[in-house]
Design a protein around this ligand. Structure first.
Ligand code: FES
Length: 282
């Protein structure tokens, strides 16, 4: 089909699979009039409303926040709500469920293996002083430098696009994959957290970052600009330093060096002023 940036008609080829009725997945084709600003998700909704009411997929927010509409669109994992038809540069749109996961139905992948691996890495702040955590007597002070150690990794919306793009996860389902590992590092790098010792039990062997071949596909396809490949390499570094007993206080959550005072990235506001006496200076 000839490429065009403003098509009058869009052809959707959608992979269908109903486990109650189909032995194998098959492709179905739908032709829709193009409307200005049309996204892939808009097209799927139009198909459901006018041609195939049984078509199944997940979506919720329609603005790239909830992470539920990850799909394999024209050969690349993307968010359907965040993909304009015009950016595909063709009026032929191939839509399939995310690879590397079993398919529940049509465009719905079974993401539970990803979330199981995510849960196993304790993706939350872990502290020994539980009483202080739940009844805090002061602030868990962080400098802007310390926030930047984990900030970009916290933008992950758990859509599974990185997992679908990962060549290691494609061939080795025991590997935790880029989303869980990236989120493990997000908390390891948080100075409020002391859960590294707990998480590293999960990071040994085939589940951990050593399986990563650094293909970098996870970071290339992430719709939120997170860099899980970088997080995994930093996690490897933490594990090596921990093995050599070179991590300060045995906890990677502490910054390795002094804040550099380096220029902040545009758009990130300054940290609020200190409100408790005795907080460390920036
Ligand atoms: Fe929420 Fe697409 S519908 S990210």
């Amino acid at each position: 089909m000839a490429a065009t940036t403003t098509p009058t008609e869009v052809i959707f080829r959608v992979r269908r699979f109903d486990p109650m009725a189909d032995a194998e997945p098959h492709w179905e084709e739908f032709r829709l009039p193009y409307t200005a600003g049309m996204t892939v998700l808009d097209g799927l909704r139009r198909i459901k409303e006018t041609a195939s009411p049984t078509l199944a997929w997940r979506s919720s927010c329609r603005m790239g926040v909830c992470g539920s509409c990850g799909m394999f669109i024209n050969g690349r994992p993307r968010l359907a709500c965040n993909t304009q038809i015009t950016e595909l540069n063709t009026n032929l749109v191939l839509v399939a469920p995310l690879p590397n996961f079993n398919t529940v139905r049509d465009l719905v992948p079974d993401l539970m293996p990803m979330f199981d691996a995510h849960i196993a890495l304790h993706p939350y702040v872990v502290r020994d002083d539980v009483k202080e955590q739940y009844e805090p007597t002061g602030e868990f002070f962080q400098s802007s430098h310390e926030v930047e150690q984990y900030l970009q990794f916290s933008y992950c919306i758990k859509c599974g696009c990185c997992m679908a793009a990962c060549p290691t996860y494609a061939t080795d389902p025991t590997y935790s994959g880029p989303m869980p590992l990236g989120q493990g590092h997000r908390y390891n790098a948080d100075t409020r957290d002391g859960g590294f010792k707990t998480r590293k039990q999960q990071l040994a062997g085939e589940r951990g970052p050593w399986r990563c071949h650094y293909a970098g596909e996870c970071s290339r396809v992430c719709p939120k600009g997170v860099d899980p490949a970088k997080a995994i390499q930093l996690m490897k570094r933490e594990l090596v330093l921990d093995y050599l007993h070179l991590l300060k206080q045995g906890c990677p959550a502490k910054p390795m060096g002094k804040p550099t005072g380096a220029k902040r990235r545009d758009g990130i506001p300054d940290a609020p002023a200190r409100t408790i006496a005795g907080a460390p200076s920036l």
